[in-house]
Design a protein around this ligand. Structure first.
Ligand code: NAD
Length: 250
């Protein structure tokens, strides 16, 4: 399908689901995982089991968080995030399913009931014993010098970012909502995901199987490009800037 056909489809559709990965936030200054210079090229992941049983692993995870902190604090939504919010304003969006934990879709003004964060959020820290919630900033600021991993001020439990680590169960409610939206979608747009992480990468396949038009916007080629009706291999920011105007003009 050509670009103008895809634009026509978006103009006429009010049952769109967008699925985002780390690639939508690189233009906000947050590195993705698998590109050169991405997080996995610099750190080994700490699994949930390691985090819960090893102080050394927890300290490693907090050091990683400290390392990315300034970048994360400075990050603002970009044209890609605003493009999705504009679809919602035009009442075209069933919902946004994201693998990202950076909270930039909310910051762009997308309502909470339009967002499913499959891998949780970095904007909250949780006690793993009593589930008390903490804002990240004071905790990060307390990590100075030769620090111990932070503990809950109510019960002494282990604190952890409210993100889903390797080896940790996917949040059930989020998965249920994402599955429902995917089955309803008439247009399913993937933006900035290498589609290598399961179960997240299965959503576009389910959408396509249910008759949705599948579009993929990603810098690199990916495993589902052959299945998609529309593929654009390039920058999300550039694409959304131009495409947003095309839809608005139509
Ligand atoms: P990924 O790193 O596996 O893939 C990102 C994809 O986006 C790559 O294929 C890359 O080519 C593409 N990309 C990068 N910048 C782009 C741009 N400006 N325009 C178009 N394409 C671009 O990321 P993923 O698929 O989301 O996978 C995995 C995991 O990464 C998820 O579990 C997620 O939780 C985690 N993660 C999240 C963040 C975040 O919240 N911002 C950052 C890093 C990793």
């Amino acid at each position: 399908m050509k670009l103008d056909e895809f634009a026509a489809k978006i103009r006429e559709s009010d049952e769109i689901v967008v699925f985002t990965g780390a690639g939508i936030s690189t233009e906000s200054g947050i590195p993705d995982f698998r590109s050169p210079g991405g997080i996995w090229t610099r750190y080994r992941p700490v699994t949930f089991q390691e985090y819960m049983t090893s102080e050394v692993a927890r300290i490693e995870a907090w050091k990683r968080r400290l390392d990315g902190w300034e970048q994360y604090r400075a990050a603002k939504p970009n044209v890609g995030h605003y493009f999705i919010q504009a679809l919602s304003l035009k009442e075209k969006l069933i919902g946004l399913i994201t693998q990202n934990v950076d909270g930039l879709h909310s910051m762009a003004g997308l309502a909470d009931d339009k967002i499913v964060e499959l891998h949780g959020s970095n904007r909250k820290i949780l006690c793993m014993s009593c589930t008390k919630e903490f804002a990240p900033e004071p905790i990060i600021n307390s990590l100075v010098g030769d620090f111990a991993s932070p503990k809950c001020d109510s019960c002494g439990g282990i604190l952890k970012s409210a993100t889903v680590s390797f080896g940790q169960a996917m949040p059930e409610q989020a998965m249920r909502i994402a599955q429902g939206w995917t089955e309803q979608a008439k247009v399913f747009i993937v933006m900035g995901s290498s589609l290598q992480v399961q179960p997240a990468a299965s959503f576009p396949v389910v959408a396509k199987r249910n008759g949705a038009l599948l579009a993929i916007i990603n810098r690199e080629e990916g495993p589902l490009d052959g299945l998609a009706d529309f593929v654009h291999n390039g920058s999300i920011g550039e694409f959304c800037g131009k495409f947003g105007e095309m839809i608005a003009d139509g």
